[in-house]
Design a protein around this ligand. Structure first.
Ligand SMILES: *[C@@H]1O[C@H](CO)[C@@H](O)[C@H](O)[C@H]1NC(C)=O
Length: 250
């Protein structure tokens, strides 16, 4: 085939666009077990327990048709969890998943994390969509977190005492809401974090020294802990669909 100069220029432009944005996790990752296994592991990267009253169990994770459902159910007879030297009563089995990929903002780059979420704001329920450091801590970016208060929280931690946070009233928890977080390199030291809900920019925060640091992506339904207690006796569901991660890294 003969290509004119103009066609070659268009091809070159298309190729450089394709280089600029890569799909790291496609919207199909919750379609089947094979799709799930390509991108996700069960539980937290460090195990089944963290800072609340739920122990993660792969039986509490279901997916299909592009959607994952995490279900917390009340249980008895579990041994305590231990966090920061404290024993925590385990009153629930629930679900957590973590991306196999680690996310490191590169030079002039970053990521978009997006999806549609149906999350409860009932006392004692603590669903979250967040990034946390692979080595040490921080970075941590809470792209969406619901702590049983009727609000949704967006947070970036420079240290445990120096953090940006924004809590806003969460409308109609029975409906899906779109969440998008744009994480970008600023100066090869800090990263900007733009938090969107339902297509509107809610807040912009800066992660100090987040550049070049690998982060885990976690979706989990923790219970009690920071969301208050006791939590509900009926099952709690947390659903995420059309989850996508795009990379703008070089
Ligand atoms: C975190 O560090 C960045 C970079 O120094 C700074 O711009 C930002 O204001 C800090 N956040 C807080 C809450 O102080």
């Amino acid at each position: 085939m003969h290509l004119s100069g103009t066609s070659l220029l268009l091809l070159a432009a298309a190729a450089s666009c394709a280089d600029a944005v890569r799909t790291i996790i496609p919207k199909t990752s919750f379609n089947s077990q094979a799709d799930f296994d390509a991108d996700w592991n069960y539980n937290y990267p460090w195990g089944t327990d963290h800072n609340g009253g739920a122990r993660m169990d792969r039986g509490q994770v279901k997916f299909g048709d592009g959607m994952v459902t995490l279900t917390a159910k009340k249980v008895t007879g579990q041994k305590d969890a231990s966090h920061g030297g404290q024993a925590i009563k385990i009153n629930y089995l629930s679900g957590a998943i973590a991306a196999k990929e680690h996310f490191t903002v590169g030079k002039g780059g970053g990521y978009d994390f997006s999806g549609e979420f149906k999350a409860t704001t009932t006392k004692g329920t603590w669903p979250a969509f967040w990034l946390t450091a692979v080595e040490g801590w921080p970075p941590e970016i809470d792209m969406a977190e619901w702590k049983g208060s009727g609000k949704i929280s967006f947070n970036t931690f420079n240290t445990s005492s120096v953090l940006s946070w924004k809590d806003v009233t969460y409308p109609s928890p029975g409906d899906f809401h779109s969440i998008k977080t744009e994480v970008r390199d600023i100066n090869q030291r800090d990263v900007s974090v733009k938090f969107y809900m339902d297509g509107q920019l809610v807040t912009t925060q800066v992660g100090g020294n987040f550049y070049g640091k690998a982060m885990y992506l976690i979706i989990n339904l923790q219970m009690e802990g920071s969301s208050g207690s006791p939590g509900p006796t009926a099952d709690t569901l947390y659903q995420v669909r059309n989850l996508e991660v795009l990379s703008y890294n070089p």
